[in-house]
Write a protein that binds this ligand. Structure first.
Ligand code: ATP
Length: 512
């Protein structure tokens, strides 16, 4: 790479002469796909190096190579000056590299303790549940995770908590180099503060951190330096305080591009009919939610983590059982709601976790887009896919999904592009209500704007959008109303100019 620079820009306190990691001209091919095409970067001990780039730029491929999950096709890596060409995750850990993966590598049926002790378990004789529990308890306390029980089954945890476990597991390996691949994508601001405190503890001990994220605010706060990847190649570098968001976004896109929120959409007509109304909605986590959404209205769900946001969206889609005093969709009672019935009644849903709930990873992009619309029996996927080809192409185009085409397995797409597929299935599908759980999770800065535009377009066409975002700014800029949840009920409803970050946070902690 002509723009490879190995200058050290780490803070003085941790400045050493020798880089911890040097990656030179890495390439990775998957058949005809060039996932990496000349990626070069270095990381000093005690340094936080950000890797940024658009969806599909190659960031996760870099992470997977360094973590030993896959091998580079060509190129060189050294760790502490020694060649680093590991062939397994276990070997990478032995050499001092651990990764919290974007697509979590936890076993859902196992407890927190079992998952945390999993890497220790291999080839080391009998496994003691009691010991694992004790060790997990100790580890969680040491890393200041006070809200998780080691005996909880991981599959029952919220995505944010599963991400915390994935991070804890990587830190527990005591690495020299820690890779955090979109590890914060489901974390709330409190979760991110927790993560940054852990990163700072590690870097003062000389641990190098590679931080992959689309949240540029986080990068500005935590990264000492960064490398920009575009189409698998490193195309630029930046150092703390020396970059602007617009420059970075342009570098990632390879052309002038800006990050900005659209203007808040005009409020729907005063006589717009109710798309959804619920009174006294109760479930395990909800203690009596009242909520309405009119056709064309964008209603945000605010609140701190764990106040019932996830469950509310799931209940409204019939994915989690709930009871209500009154519940209508399009003015008609919503009885015995199941996801299939909800789809039939004009409701669409983007769930929290695309990997476990949203996608069939071995099926094609086209089949995944058409999943809610495929009939269980004949005519079958391929036939319908041919018939719906123009809709599929339109959706892929409007969201700029980076794919080789509708027949590619969705599992071969980068994380952000998979997320776009989950969203895309509801475009132009005659929905009356769309329920979106953090729809921009893992989506790059430019693609977020395409998604915002798609949401506004849907609202303009009369769809009521009810959604939750871990990024408060998104709710501030894109909602007509925000219902802030606190302890399983709506604590406050903010409208129009009342919707500010302070008002949302104030209501979220129960003070406003
Ligand atoms: N197993 C695979 N088979 C085929 N292509 C793949 C595979 N894994 C990744 N790719 C391709 O490699 C490219 C880089 O993907 P990668 O996941 O590294 O991107 P990324 O920068 O992490 O994106 P995101 O921000 O969306 O997570 C993409 O075009 C992707 O489709």
């Amino acid at each position: 790479m002509d723009n490879l620079t190995l200058r050290s820009t780490a803070p003085d306190a941790v400045l050493r002469t020798e880089p911890l990691l040097v990656a030179s001209d890495l390439t990775k091919r998957y058949g005809a796909v060039r996932a990496l095409d000349g990626a070069s970067f270095s990381c000093m001990p005690g340094e936080v190096l950000a890797l940024v780039g658009e969806n599909g730029a190659g960031k996760s491929t870099v992470s997977r190579i360094l973590a030993g999950a896959t091998e580079a096709t060509s190129g060189g890596i050294t760790l502490d000056g020694e060649p680093f060409d590991v062939t397994s995750i276990a070997e990478a850990r032995e050499r001092g590299v651990a990764c919290a993966f974007q697509e979590l590598a936890l076993v859902p049926d196992w407890t927190v303790a079992e998952n945390l002790m999993l890497p220790e378990r291999r080839g080391r004789g009998m496994f003691s549940q009691r010991k694992a529990r004790e060790q997990a308890e100790e580890l969680l306390a040491r890393l200041d995770v006070t809200h998780l029980d080691p005996s909880s089954v991981v599959g029952d945890l919220r995505l944010a908590d599963r991400q915390v476990i994935e991070i804890v597991r990587a830190i527990a390996a005591d690495p020299k180099l820690l890779i955090l691949d979109e590890a914060s994508s489901a974390l709330s601001p409190t979760g991110v503060s927790w993560l940054f405190a852990r990163i700072r503890e590690l870097t003062v001990q000389g641990v190098g951190v590679i931080y992959v994220s689309h949240r540029l605010g986080e990068i500005s706060e935590i990264a000492d330096r960064g490398t920009v990847l575009r189409d698998g190649a490193s195309v630029g570098e930046f150092t703390r305080g020396s970059w602007s968001e617009d420059d970075l976004v342009s570098q990632m896109a390879g052309r002038t591009a800006r990050r900005h929120f659209p203007d808040r959409p005009d409020a729907p007509a005063a006589d717009a009919p109710l798309a959804l109304e619920v009174r006294g909605l109760r479930s395990e986590a909800l203690t009596g939610v009242d909520l309405t959404a009119h056709r064309g209205e964008i209603v945000g769900i605010g609140g701190l983590q764990g106040q019932g946001q996830t469950e509310l969206l799931r209940c409204l889609f019939g994915a989690t059982p709930a009871l209500a005093e009154e519940w209508t969709i399009g003015g008609r009672p919503a009885r015995h709601l199941t996801p299939t019935r909800a789809v039939r009644r004009g409701v669409g849903f983007v769930p929290e976790d695309r990997k476990t709930e949203g996608l069939a990873l071995t099926l094609s992009v086209g089949e995944n887009l058409l999943a809610p619309w495929l009939r269980p029996i004949a005519p079958g996927g391929p036939v319908q896919l041919r018939r719906e080809r123009s809709w599929v192409d339109r959706v892929l185009g409007s969201l700029s999904v980076r794919t080789r085409g509708p027949n590619e397995a969705v599992g071969a797409l980068s994380g952000g592009n998979q997320q776009k597929v989950v969203f895309g299935r509801w475009i132009d599908r005659n929905r009356s209500v769309l329920l979106l759980h953090d729809p921009t999770r893992g989506i790059d800065v430019r693609a977020k704007q395409e998604l915002y535009a798609a949401m506004l377009e849907l609202a303009k066409s009369g769809v009521a959008i009810i959604w939750f975002s871990t990024e408060v700014e998104e709710l501030v800029h894109l909602c007509h109303r925000v219902a802030v949840l606190y302890r399983g009920r709506v604590a406050r409803v903010l409208e129009g100019d009342q919707i500010t970050p302070d008002a949302i946070v104030g209501a979220a902690v129960g003070t406003a």
